[in-house]
Design a protein around this ligand. Sequence first.
Ligand SMILES: Nc1ncnc2c1ncn2[C@@H]1O[C@H](COP(=O)(O)OP(=O)(O)OP(=O)(O)O)[C@@H](O)[C@H]1O
Length: 243
Amino acid sequence: MTSTPLLRVQGLTKTFRMYHLDSMLHAFEGVSFDLFEGEFILLRGHNGAGKSTLLRTIWRSYLPVGGHVFYRSNHGEIDLANAADVDIALLRREEIGFVTQFLNARPRVAAQDIVAEPLLLAGVSRAEALDQARHWLDQFGVRPELWRAYPSTFSGGEQQKVNLARALILPQKLLLLDEPTASLDAGARAALLRRLAELKRQGVAIIGVFHHPGDVETLIDREINLSTRVVADETTEREDVAL
Ligand SMILES: Nc1ncnc2c1ncn2[C@@H]1O[C@H](COP(=O)(O)OP(=O)(O)OP(=O)(O)O)[C@@H](O)[C@H]1O
């Protein structure tokens, strides 16, 4: 672990415009924290406190209305809050992972190909990438009969397992987890815990929202509690991007 944070979130504020009500809704305001390599931060807060929105703002699906997200990338420091879309797309491919409970299943792409894709993009041979993809599908408990099938027809839990296998097959520097255990059975939850522990040991920094934090209790270094939202009338507005 180095003494320079991997991520420095400073005064981050996200507001949504409620067009039909002609008002603004503060999802969170003035959030600041540092995150170091190999550190695991648990985000806490009641329903609607802004946990998912904070993860999506760091991932840059949402643009903040204020504040900074300084990230120490392999290419130098970059403020994710203000970076160009092209830079964000590159970081998502190479350094930052995001796991939600929803799989973005693509039509007519087999589960093993979805999982292998990050390795192929990283230059790993097809045979090796498929080998590893099958290994991770197996680890998360996806039956071999399904490896060559299309996940669009899978159960919610099976889709979630494909999602996890793909997201965790290649160690990233920063991992954002939004309720990744939501629809998992006990075996897959245990496999996820093992994999996250391994990634953390390798120095991956993790920010996670968990409905049942007990699932990852042994990994948590720090907790951040998001405060109650407030409704305001005026805020500088920036349109969100659809990356
Ligand atoms: N795209 C959006 N447009 C408008 N309001 C939004 C949008 N996304 C989230 N919100 C609002 O922002 C607030 C924070 O939502 P968020 O999903 O981040 O909460 P959460 O802490 O993850 O909640 P939960 O524990 O219920 O999952 C909520 O009041 C929600 O209605």
